[in-house]
Design a protein around this ligand. Structure first.
Ligand SMILES: [Cu+2]
Length: 211
């Protein structure tokens, strides 16, 4: 199984920081992401009314939905005047997709959209059992930052369970990108979501992806 292979590949790093591989409980949630604990509704794919082209006038408040969005707070610090937003990513958020998820989402099940030229801060917290990272990438097979600075440091090694990381970039070009884990094998396991930079949206949104 690929996730076992990737786990083995990362074993040395895991041992350095946390010990064990796949047999340790999740690290305690950080206070920073306390909104995570408000999650109440499970189930995926319950929404088919969202997706590309349905941005409308919704603000980040749209993030508090059910289904795949799980009540996770994905967006914070939205400042339309300064054109800034913080994306809160929780890697390994529960057992969905064997832990290879961001905020419970995997295989593109969530679409984050930001307006072009906004300043984006990404806060990554690893609640899972394996090292994880986050990269804004144009390709899910060749994972590399598509904007300067658009990755956690050393994304192939990732950050250890219980750790957090932050990066910052300007979404300079409209397009359809991904947020993917750069630890080898993880994106192949589905650890990626959609990340769109749009000239046609006034504020950041997070939505369940259209099937
Ligand atoms: Cu990962």
């Amino acid at each position: 199984m690929a996730h076992r292979l990737s786990c083995g590949a990362a074993l040395a790093a895991v041992l350095l920081f946390a010990g064990g591989c796949g047999n340790s409980p999740s690290a305690a949630p950080s206070h920073h992401h306390k909104a995570h604990s408000t999650s109440s509704s499970g189930g995926y794919g319950s929404s088919s009314s969202y997706g590309y082209g349905s941005y409308g006038s919704s603000s980040s408040a749209a993030a508090t939905g059910g289904g795949v969005l799980k009540g996770v707070t994905w967006l914070g610090g939205v400042d339309a005047a300064k054109r800034t937003v913080t994306i809160d990513l929780i890697a390994g958020d529960g057992g969905a997709n064997n832990g290879f998820n961001f905020g419970g989402a995997s295989n593109g099940s969530v679409t984050l959209t930001v307006p072009v030229d906004w300043d984006i801060t990404v806060d990554l917290a690893n609640h899972g059992q394996y090292p994880h990272s986050a990269v804004i990438t144009a390709s899910r097979t060749t994972i590399a930052p598509v904007f300067s600075g658009a990755s956690t440091t050393d994304p192939t090694s990732g950050i250890s369970p219980g750790r957090t990381a932050q990066f910052h970039f300007v979404a300079k070009a409209a397009g359809r990108y991904y947020i993917a884990c750069g630890v080898p094998g993880h994106a192949d396991q589905g650890m990626w979501i959609h990340f769109n930079v749009s000239a046609g949206t006034a504020s950041p949104t997070v939505q369940a992806s259209q099937k």
